[in-house]
Ligand binder design. Sequence first.
Ligand code: IPM
Ligand code: MN
Length: 368
Amino acid sequence: MPATTTKPAEQAKSVAKTSYKIGVIGGDGTGPEVVREGLKVLNAVTKKHGFKLEFVNYDLGGERYMKSGEILPDSVVPELRKLDAIFLGAIGHPDVKPGILEKGLLLRLRFELDQYINLRPVKLYPNVETPLANKKPEDIDFVVVRENTEGLYAGAGGFLRRGTPHEVAVQESINTRMGAERCLRYAFNLTQKRNKAKKLTLCGKTNVLTYAFDLWERAFHDVAKEFPEVKTDYAHVDATCMWMVKNPEWFDVIVTDNMFGDIITDLGAMIQGGMGIAAGGNLNPEGVSMFEPIGGSAPKYTGRNMINPLAAISAAGLMMENIGQPAAAASIENAVFNALSSGKIASLAAGKMGLTTTEVGDLIASLI
Ligand code: IPM
Ligand code: MN
């Protein structure tokens, strides 16, 4: 491949870049409102750290679909491939049947851009209320690495005799050795880099899903040989839910498949204080990654300046880390930490923050 076609992400690793092109998809519901606050904070960090972000807006989501029938025009995907990263608000519209936008936009982007890791940190900040009695910030600080391109999400399956009393519906979980292995290797690397217990827990269901998790478990132990400093651990998904509530301090990094990762990260979001603070990254370590608050579009709060933008702001922080600006990421993380420690935000729940969406964004930007 000639040097001129090197992907932006590869360039970021070899040369310290000073200018980045970020795709912005506000999307549905409260997505645009929280993205606006994320951009406000990003503008403050670029000023402080001396690099440039160029934002390219993409009008995608439920409104556009209802007006034009378009979900993700084919011409957009190649454009997105040329970006340094994508910043996404939320996908899901109350007037569009569930599944259409999720599959046609969010999942299609994850698949087409081969964002094979869904990285979801679970971290309790000071002064944030957790439903877990007697648990403190030092007890709730782990990361979930969710496989993001396979499993039940691959869309394999179908109907037989649909709509008849003899109807059959099949939904298959696709697990490839390559897919499991690249996800596991990412998780081992992350565990090694994180300065905690250096423990990686595989979350599966080897007692029932005896094909899928047999593959995962064999790959886990094979990849483990490359990481002698990392302690390996295993828990079934049901037990993982139990330990996340009872002893979250046992976890450092959890690696799991797409479906289990989806489920346990909603639980993770709740123990860290709710959807208002839970951020995630859809990563293609060799390509273009996409960052989003993991909560939905919250139609009930749309346009009311009530939604919590901290998850989107933290997602913007993950994005800075990922494009190769770790100091900017640390500034965002510290600003969120300081804002919460100061007690200026009464609650993380929408409408109960004691501040509006805009005011929370202003507060974080002022602390950068
Ligand atoms: C998430 C969401 C999505 C998922 C939905 C909206 C398709 O719940 O990002 O966790 O299931 O992955
Ligand atoms: Mn989910």
